[in-house]
Design a protein around this ligand. Structure first.
Ligand code: FES
Length: 149
């Protein structure tokens, strides 16, 4: 059993402490916005926040979240109001296939928390671990700059 807070709700999960958080979130908590891409910490599709810091849920064990706060894409909006990053993603029509985009947004939120006015280099550096096979990077950069305003 592992107790953690997921998107503001305290949960006790009946999960092996070594289970990757990604599986616990998708298969036990039934939140499927966080995606499985590579399963090896290389693509960023599974990015979530652990106590506000972006992590790769596919290579982070459930035990690492004990008594900590997790945020997934489902937890970004508050009281039905989208996070500015989500609104900017819609405004700029960022997704193409969309598969990587929840991870992209979670990394973007973390970037903007530290740097609300990033330039292209800042964005490229902060987002380099999030791969998009459709090549939506130009729209991602525009959306991040807009969301930071
Ligand atoms: Fe976790 Fe690719 S699925 S980094």
């Amino acid at each position: 059993m592992v107790t953690l807070t997921l998107n503001g709700q305290e949960l006790t999960l009946d999960a092996d402490p070594a289970m990757p958080l990604l599986y616990a979130i998708r298969d036990i908590a039934q939140l499927t916005g966080t995606k499985f891409g590579c399963g090896m910490g290389l693509c960023g599709a599974c990015t979530i926040h652990l106590d506000g810091q972006p992590i790769r849920a596919c290579v982070t064990p459930v035990s690492a979240a004990t008594n900590k706060h997790l945020t997934t894409i489902e937890g970004l909006a508050t009281d039905g109001v989208l996070h500015p990053v989500q609104s900017a993603w819609i405004e700029h029509k960022v997704p193409q296939c969309g598969y990587c985009q929840s991870g992209q947004m979670m990394s973007a939120v973390a970037l903007l928390k530290n740097n609300p006015n990033p330039n292209d280099d800042d964005i490229n550096t902060a987002m380099q671990g999030n791969i998009c096979r459709c090549g939506t990077y130009p729209r991602i950069r525009k959306a991040i700059k807009d969301a930071g305003k």
